[in-house]
Design a binder for this molecule. Structure first.
Ligand code: FAD
Length: 247
């Protein structure tokens, strides 16, 4: 969860809260929905960034959380968020059970200066995501497909089971159709499933070669574990960027 202090950009300009309208809602998995929001930012977004969402109750109580942007940067005035409805989750619960097309919410962004990938950053790219941590990596892959399809990329994506894999059909199709995109799905709760370990990381590194950039995203535990494995496998820490969703 982001802090309540104002988000300041490098030019020391506070990011304003903006009103965003939900224009479409679609189920992604049993627990995750995609929300398309119409919003006008005053700066271009970069793949990997997130927004802060703020909800205000009638009595003035406010709750604020961060959500990664799943869509690729575009100039059409919309973004996609993929939000997992957590039991009793204050903000994700609102999205899961209350939010409807036509509702307006407050958000600010796009936020994030380090966990971003631009086409000119090149590759090879090693993307490692756990659970909903795949969301900003999806934005990078969608952006790469349009703007830099020659950049080699491998996504090592760990989810509990096949039913929890976000954008599963899209990822499988990209792996089939896009030269230079490789997918390793690791299903921890299916037969023979395991946590990401040294052998999986070694296989990923063998398949992608020496990555120029590695982006890791997921829960605190997942990201810490994956980063340790990559460093143990000889990757320079400076090539590794991380985003932690908490938990
Ligand atoms: C940069 C960033 C990007 C993120 N991007 C995404 C994204 O793309 N998609 C996504 O789904 N999430 C994302 N998150 C996580 C998101 O910000 C929220 O943390 C998440 O949605 C949970 O918020 P919540 O208000 O629903 O749950 P909270 O109310 O904060 O509760 C979190 C969990 O704790 C449990 N809990 C709450 N209160 C109690 C209590 N009193 N006792 C015991 N348990 C309790 C709840 O049941 C719930 O499971 C991101 C986080 C960060 C920092």
């Amino acid at each position: 969860m982001s802090s309540d202090s104002p988000v300041i950009d490098p030019g020391a300009r506070p990011l304003p809260w903006r009103s965003a309208t939900i224009v479409a809602i679609a189920a992604v998995t049993a627990r995750v929905k995609n929300f398309r929001l119409r919003v006008a930012f005053d700066r271009p977004m970069l793949a990997g960034q997130h927004v802060d969402v703020r909800l205000t109750a009638p009595d003035g109580y406010q709750a604020q959380r961060s959500y990664s942007i799943a869509s690729a940067p575009n100039e059409e005035g919309w973004i996609d968020l993929m939000i997992e409805g957590l039991p009793d989750g204050e903000v994700s619960g609102f999205f899961d059970t209350v939010a409807e097309v036509g509702d307006t919410i407050e958000l600010r962004g796009p936020i994030g200066g380090s966990f971003v990938w631009r086409p000119e950053d090149g590759g090879p790219l090693l993307l490692v995501g756990g659970g909903s941590g795949v969301v900003p990596l999806l934005s990078m892959l969608r952006h790469r497909a349009v703007r830099a399809p020659d950049v080699p990329a491998l996504l090592l994506y760990s989810a509990r089971d096949a039913g929890e894999v976000l954008a599963r059909d899209e990822l499988l199709q990209r792996a089939r159709d896009e030269a230079g995109f490789d997918l390793m799905l690791n299903l921890t709760r299916e037969t023979g499933g395991r946590r990401i370990d040294a052998a999986l990381i070694a296989e990923a590194l063998e398949r992608i070669g020496r990555p120029r950039h590695a982006y890791l995203c997921g829960s605190n535990g997942f990201v810490g574990h994956a980063a340790d494995l990559l460093v143990d496998a000889g990757l320079a820490p400076a090539t590794i960027r991380t985003e932690r969703f908490g938990g």
